[in-house]
Design a protein around this ligand. Structure first.
Ligand SMILES: Nc1ncnc2c1ncn2[C@@H]1O[C@H](COP(=O)(O)OP(=O)(O)OP(=O)(O)O)[C@@H](O)[C@H]1O
Ligand SMILES: [Mg+2]
Length: 268
């Protein structure tokens, strides 16, 4: 069943350059695709291809110039002209790249989870602690009592990312947009986070839009891949097919570049 659909999304940034010369960057042009319930879709593309812009538009942190956004069969931009409503936020959540910047150092882990639960009116004060513990358990942060009272500085990057995932899950979303969720983590814990996301899909039917540079992660986790080049979708299809037989020359180049370990070495 279709959960999210984007139709003809276009976004241009105006920047006033030197000597008042204005230049425009077309970050997205006529982008259309969909995500089904419980599906994991990968969004890949070189740096600057518009991936994060697309993520922010889906989260409604930023507006598109043109286009439609459909969620559960309702067009969102027309029906809600202002910023994302609570109803929208309870269906679509985001996980960011930097687990260090996304948590407030002044507050405990429990506080980060209590806030969305209370704001969205999902629990009473009496039920709060039980639900926080459930969420921590769900993302594998145990023992839950100790984790709940910990401050972010005492946690590893992987544990922080788990807190960010628990916070996103607090409102029972149907879709999570994850913008490079593992790229700042140690290679050894990347797999744990990917497995956690895979389990959440399996157990809760959560859909995921995974923005990534990492072909191994994309291959491991995604059902379908969408390839962006300079704001335009150049290819999409089942992950295995796209990786094995890219039809677009840009996709082939991109796959080659992100597959080629030589490019990851520092120049000598
Ligand atoms: N707020 C902004 N103002 C002006 N230009 C912007 C802004 N945000 C993004 N851009 C431009 O839009 C284009 C797309 O940027 P975006 O961050 O979406 O790319 P990306 O695919 O996420 O890149 P990366 O892989 O490096 O994260 C880039 O050319 C970028 O410079
Ligand atoms: Mg980005």
């Amino acid at each position: 069943m279709e959960l999210l659909r984007l139709c003809h999304i276009t976004r241009t940034y105006q920047s006033s350059g030197l000597m008042r010369r204005r230049s425009a960057v077309e970050a997205l042009r006529d982008v259309s695709f969909h995500v089904n319930a419980g599906e994991i879709v990968g969004l890949i593309g070189a740096s600057g291809s518009g991936k994060s812009t697309l993520g922010r538009i889906i989260l409604r942190l930023e507006k598109a110039d043109r286009g439609e956004l459909w969620l559960n069969g309702c067009e969102v931009f027309q029906s809600e002209r202002r910023a994302a409503s609570y109803a929208y936020r309870s269906l679509v959540q985001m996980i960011f790249q930097d687990p260090f910047a996304s948590l407030n150092p002044a507050h405990t882990v429990a506080y980060h989870l209590e806030r969305p639960l209370l704001r969205h009116g999902l629990v009473t004060r009496g039920e709060l602690q039980k639900r926080v513990h459930e969420l921590l358990h769900m993302v594998g942060l145990t023992p839950v009592e100790r984790m709940a009272s910990a401050y972010p500085y005492a946690l590893s990057g992987g544990q922080r990312q788990r807190v960010a995932i628990a916070r996103a899950l607090a409102v029972n979303p149907k879709l999570i947009v994850a913008d490079e969720p593992t790229s700042m983590l140690d290679v050894s814990i990347r797999m744990d986070i990917l497995n956690l996301l895979a389990r959440l899909r399996r157990e809760q039917g959560l859909a995921l839009l995974l923005i990534t540079h990492d072909l191994a992660s994309a291959r491991y986790l995604t059902d379908r891949l969408i390839v962006l080049n300079k704001g335009v979708i150049v290819e999409s299809g089942p992950t295995d097919e796209v990786i094995a037989h890219p039809r677009d020359p840009y996709t082939a180049l991109l796959l080659d570049a992100i597959r080629n370990p030589r490019l990851e070495r520092r120049p000598s």
